[in-house]
Design a binder for this molecule. Structure first.
Ligand code: CUA
Length: 316
């Protein structure tokens, strides 16, 4: 579709194509049924008009049953097909591929802050390569926002106190609108930005042009020491705290009861409000870091804890 005039936004992501296909097929199917019913109404009205000689009265019993079962089963089949197809599309949009490029997004009144794994930072702009799955790990510093890129058919709420994920794979380079789709206060309407999709070569050049940074994970490693985490978790202080090595993605028994999986959300909770998220069997010595550590730093710290949890060195 051309830029000059089009009813629908461009289909700039793989997801956009699938979502639209769903929409148009369902629309087409509904129109076909509408047309069929309209034709029957008009046809019957004409055929059985007052004074016509058309045969009236009941259909033979057997034929009546066949028609009844026929249309019921056919409609059920189509409805189930659409349900299956739409859910498969949606579930696919929720689960990012394992090799996806991971970018962190922090929403705040009223801006989008983006942190790349290389340590590069942007405000209200997100640079991404084409043809590569990009996973966004998002959180909010204050109220609920929603990350919305119409040309990607992508909308995901961004919540304070937890991480939500979304992913896209851009089909071609371009500049696309980013908007906040959840009313979040006075400047909600102005809380927008752009997603800049570059060819892979241009993206590599863009990354290289960014100011020198040691990378998210290494910045996190520095925080791990400066905030004092390493003193207890590396066992030097004599306080008993669980080791954080090799635990990523594994289940953990928590003091509040039950099991949790070690991921961004649990780590976040264990750092900010450790009481319920604390690992069972350890004394409640861990202080809460709510209000002590900023969301930006938390992203760095968790990036490092993830590397630690995967038993690898911090990379830039
Ligand atoms: Cu942020 Cu609306």
């Amino acid at each position: 579709m051309s830029d000059a005039f089009s009813i629908f936004p461009r289909q700039a992501s793989v997801q956009a194509v699938r979502t639209d296909l769903n929409f148009f097929l369902l629309l087409g199917f509904s129109c076909a049924i509408l047309l069929l019913v309209l034709c029957l109404v008009i046809g019957f009205a004409a055929r059985y008009r007052q004074g016509s000689t058309a045969r009236r009265g009941k259909l033979p019993e057997a034929l009546q049953k066949e028609i009844e079962i026929g249309w019921t089963v056919a409609t059920l089949f189509f409805a189930l097909f659409f349900f299956w197809w739409a859910s498969a599309t949606l579930l696919g949009q929720l689960a990012p591929p394992k090799n996806a490029l991971e970018i962190h997004v922090i929403a705040k009144q009223w801006m989008w802050q983006v942190q790349h794994p290389t340590g590069a930072r942007e405000i209200d702009t997100l640079h991404a390569p084409e043809g590569v799955p990009v996973k966004l790990v998002m959180t909010s510093q204050d109220v609920i926002h929603s990350f919305y890129v119409p040309e990607f058919r992508m909308k995901q709420d961004v919540l304070p106190g937890r991480y939500t994920e979304a992913w896209f794979q851009a089909r071609y380079p371009g500049v696309f609108h980013l908007e906040c789709a959840e009313y979040c206060g006075t400047d909600h309407a102005r809380m927008g930005g752009t997603v800049v999709v570059l060819s892979q070569a241009d993206y590599a050049k863009w990354v290289a042009r960014q100011p020198e940074s040691i990378g998210l994970e290494r910045e996190g490693a520095a925080l791990y020491v400066s905030l004092g985490c390493s003193r207890c978790h590396e066992g030097a202080s004599g306080i008993s705290a669980p080791s954080l090595r090799g635990i990523w993605g594994k289940p953990v028994q928590v003091a509040g009861g039950g099991t949790r999986t070690v991921d961004e959300t649990w780590l976040r909770e264990a750092i900010m409000t450790p009481d319920a998220a604390r690992v069972a069997g350890f004394p409640p010595e861990m202080p809460g870091y709510q209000g002590v550590i900023s969301e930006d730093d938390l992203v760095r710290l968790i990036a490092y804890l993830k590397a630690l949890g995967q038993n690898r060195e911090a990379q830039s």
